[in-house]
Design a binder for this molecule. Structure first.
Ligand code: SAH
Length: 263
């Protein structure tokens, strides 16, 4: 049995409770060593065999899994953030399917959430943006033409751009030619939630310069959009004059009711 576990963005206490338990019970851990915090492995059993997949091919990963499976071991495949984003888990799941090896996924906190936390930002602000585009610049992995940064930029929505810190000049050009004003707020969040985290506020135009000055070349997310400006409309959800499924509208600001959570 293999469990794909989201390791979270970096801080060793930002893995889920379930993920941590799975690591404690694992006989074999194959972790994405390029980004997963090795401190997460301190909780593993002394007898646990640990492999760093940064140095392995898919075939080698599968060999370790196959061998472990014949010995009925608990296997954890530890991926950074949440495995559903740029995690290359589908190709592993398909191979496991073919080999008749059972698997499941334990989600994790993606780095785009840790970046929002580092920025004290809300990606979806009423009157500003109600959508988040998660994307990347084309690199060695191509991006379908219809998903160009330029075409997404035309929506003016919040964008979180992965895997593109080495291409910030081109990214700026794409964002601006797609429709963002040059002075649209942007941020570079380096190693969100790690002790060495850096938050660099800038504009769409100054992305490359800002990263250069701070010496940031990788392991960063680029956040773009007017939500970083701090202007917005108040939410309807907590508006006293708005009725929701749980609360009746009232014209005055009442006292909050305390909920009794004891049985
Ligand atoms: N599955 C991961 C993403 C893997 S792709 C997730 O959900 O976060 C690897 C890219 O993610 C990096 O190049 C970088 O752009 C981003 N990344 C991962 N961890 C990060 C962190 N702690 N801070 C900023 N960016 C991070």
């Amino acid at each position: 049995m293999v469990t794909f576990v989201g390791a979270g963005p970096g801080a060793k206490d930002l893995i889920t409770v379930r993920g941590q338990r799975l690591l404690e019970e694992a006989d074999i851990v194959i972790y994405a060593g390029s980004l997963v915090n090795p401190k997460l492995l301190y909780g593993c059993k002394e007898t646990c065999a640990v492999y760093n997949s940064a140095k392995m091919t898919l075939e080698e990963v599968l060999e370790v899994i196959k061998e472990g499976e014949t010995q009925r071991k608990n296997i954890v495949r530890l991926h950074t953030g949440d495995p559903c984003l740029y995690g290359a888990i589908k190709e592993q799941m398909d191979e496991l399917e073919r080999l008749g090896i059972g698997y499941e996924v334990c989600p994790g906190v993606s780095s785009f959430c840790a970046a929002a936390a580092a920025l004290d930002a809300e990606y979806t602000l009423p009157g500003i943006s109600q959508s988040v585009v998660i994307t990347r610049m084309a690199g060695r992995t191509p991006v379908p033409e219809k998903e160009s940064i330029r075409s997404f930029a035309a929506h003016g929505t919040t964008m979180v751009i992965f895997l593109s810190t080495g291409m910030l000049k081109e990214l700026s050009e794409e964002l601006i030619s797609g429709g963002y004003e040059q002075d649209t707020p942007a941020a570079i969040v380096y190693k969100a939630s790690w002790p060495e985290e850096k938050v660099l506020n800038c504009t769409v135009k100054t992305l490359a310069q800002t990263a250069k000055e701070a010496g940031v070349t990788k392991t960063a997310l680029i956040v773009v959009g007017r939500v970083l400006d701090g202007k917005y409309e108040r939410s309807k959800l907590y508006d006293p004059t708005f009725t929701t499924e749980f609360r009746k509208a009232s014209s005055h600001v009442g006292k909050a009711e305390k909920e009794n959570t004891k049985e």
